[in-house]
Design a protein around this ligand. Sequence first.
Ligand code: GLA
Length: 720
Amino acid sequence: MTELPTPDLIAVDAGGWGLTWAADSTGRLRQIGLGPEGHTAQLDVDAIWYPEAFPTWGGGDPFRAAPLRITHANGLTTTRLVVERVSRESINGSELVIVVCRDELVDLTVEHHLRTHPPSGILEQWVEIHHDQAEPITLADYDSIGPLLLTSESAEICHFGGGGWATEWAWNTELLTTGTKTLDSFGGVQPHLQRSPLLLVSPQGPSTESSGEVLGLSIVWGGNTRFALDVRRTWDTSDGLNLRLRAGANPVGAEYRLDPNERFVTPTVAWTWSSAGRATITERFHAWSRARVLRDPDRLRPLVVNNWEAVFFDFDHDRLVDLMDRTADLGADLFLLDDGWFGNNHPRNDDNAGLGDWEVNTSKLSGGLAGLADAAAERDIRFGIWLEPEMVNPESDLYEAHPDWIVRTEREPIEHRQQHYLDPLRPEVRDFEFGVFDQTLTPNPGISYVKWDANRPITDPGSEMLSQDQQSNIWIDHVWATWAVMADVARAHPEVELMLCASGGGRVDHGSLRWFHEFWTSDNTDPVVRARLQWACSMFFPASVMAAHVTRWGERPLDFACAVALSARFGFDLDLASLSSDELAVCRRAVAIARRTQPLVQHGRLHRLISPVEGDDTSRACLAYSAEDRLSAVVFAYQLEASTSQTPAVWFDGLEADRRYAVVESELGTTDDSMAATPAEALVVTGAELAGSDGRDSAPLNWTLEAPCTAIIWEITAIA
Ligand code: GLA
C-alpha cells in the first residue's frame, strides 16, 4: 500500500449539512458521509467499502452510467482516477476545497472544486479537467456532481417544466422509482423554456414546507442541462434503495473535444440539504442568490410599464409619449419600449425583418431614442428599451453584410421565428453584440434599463471557429462566449438595470443571472397560471428578480391580475390608453399597494402557506412576506379556481408572538375609494394569534373568497 499525501478524511462543512470524502488504500475517492451530519462522518470500516464519490466510466462500477466518461487520445475508453492532493483555502469565511485526482495510466487531471457559503448553507461544486495527451481527448459525459444517496420506496422528486414556450415552471411531483430518470433540456439558447435547471429531491418520502429531508439543486448554467437519477434496489435491506444523482451540462450531442493543456470547467452545481422541509431550501437559495448571484441585491426594482402586450409593433413617437404620460400619471417608475423600434432599410414592423439593424427607425420615432428618453425625463419617469443582440433576421442589413456570422453547418440553416443565431465564438460577433449595447447606451444616458431577449434555439450546431472534429463543442462554448459578452456589458454600464429574457423564462438560471437584475419569468401572464408558476419559481429565486406584469392574458379580472403580479416584482404590460375608468382606478390602487408592499415582497422573507400545485385541492394559493425585523408583513390569498374542499384556515407564523399587529385588508377590486379599508378599521391581533400558537381554532385571517379569480391582500403592521 502506498502512503498517500492526503488527509484521511476530506470533510466539507457546507453550513447545516455537508459531506466527507476519503481516498481509499488504492487512491480511489470514496464518499464517507453526505447529509445533515455528512461532514462529521467517520470511517466505520475500511474506506474501500464505501461508495465512489464520483465514479468514472471503467472505474469501479460496470453496471451504471458514470458522471465522467472520456475517450482518451490513444483510443482508451476507460478512466481510473486516484487522489493526488487536497488543498483548502479560506476566503472571507467560506472555504474552497480542491481535490486533485490523476488517471493511473494516461495524462489526465480531474479536480473537484467545492466552495462553501456558510451563511446560506449552499455548496457550489464543479469539476475542472485538463490533460497533456498527444491529441485531444473526447469528453462524453461530464457531470459536475455524482453523489450516492440512500432513498426509500416513497422517495419523491419535484421538477419544473413543460413543453416549451409559455409553459415554464410547470410543477411536477413524482415518485422516484427504480430505473433511470433523465431530466434534460436542449436548444442551447433558451433551454429553460422546456425544463428548469432546478430540482428538489426528497430521499425519504414527501417533504412539506416545514418537514422532511429534502435536497435542492441548481445547475448554474445558461445552456442545456441534465439531471440523471439512477435508482437501484440494494440487496441487504427490505426497502432500501440507492440513488446515483448526476447533475451538470447536458452532454447529449455535445461531446467535447478537449485539446491538450486546455482546461474544461463544468458548470457549477449549487446544492443544499435540509432536514426541515422546503422552506429551508428556499431560505438558503434566496440568501445565496442575494449574496453570490444578484446584482445590486438591496436595490428596490422599479415599477415597470412595458409596451409589448399593449401595442406590439404598432406605435410611433406620439403613441409612446401618450403611454409615457399615462405611465407617469399612474405613478410607475419606468417605461420600457419593447421590440419594434429599430431598422430603416428593413423596418422591424413585425418579426420578419430588421433584427440586427440596431439603429432607430426614424419614420416611426422621429425624435430618436434621445427624444423618447427626454420625454420620459420630462415626465419624471425612467426609460428602458429592448435588445436582442444575439440574433439576426435574414431580411436585414446585418445579414446582407455578414451572412457568414450565423451558427450553421454546411446544410441550409433552419429559420426559427424568421431569425438566425449569431455565432458568439466569432470575436467580431462578440464585439458586435457588445457594440449593440454600447452604441445604444453611451449616446443615450437617459436609457437606464434594458431587456435582453433571445428568441430562438440553436438548430444547426456548427461554427467555423471550431475544427471539424470539434463542432459539438459549440454546445458548451456558446455559453461561455455569451457570458463573456454579458459580463462586459454589465461592467461597462454598471448603472443600467438589465432584465434577462429568452422567449419568456428561457434563460432562468443562477449563472446567467449574475449580470442581470431580474428576469422575465414567462410570457405566460394569465394570473391563474402565473400564481402557480411564481410559486414554483419562488423555491429557488427571490421575488425581486421575478418580473410579473399585469396583462390581459386569460381575460381575468384586472384586480385579480394585479393581486397576483403584486406578489413578485410588480409591473404592467397593458395598453393604458384602453383602460376603463374603473380599471384605471384598480391599477392606481395596485400601484399604491405596490409602493407599500414591494419592499417587503422584494426583500422580505417568503412564507408559502397554501399550495396551488400539490395536495387534493389546488384551487387556492396563499403566500406571505415578512420583514427581517418582524414588524410588518403582507399576505396574498388567491382563489384560482372553484374549490372542492372546505374554506382553509390561514395560519401565518412569521411575526413576534407577543406583539400586537394591525391587519388591513387591501381592497383592490372596489371601484369606490371610500370602500377601501382604512387603518382605523384594522383588525388587531398578536403574532401568536396569527400563527394559531395561542390555541385558538379560528384563524384571524378569514378566507372569504369563493369565486374563481378573486384575491385578498392583507397588510400587517406592528402597533407601536
Ligand atoms: C419575446 C419576449 C416578449 C417580447 C417579444 C418581442 O417573446 O418574451 O416579452 O419581448 O419577444 O418580440
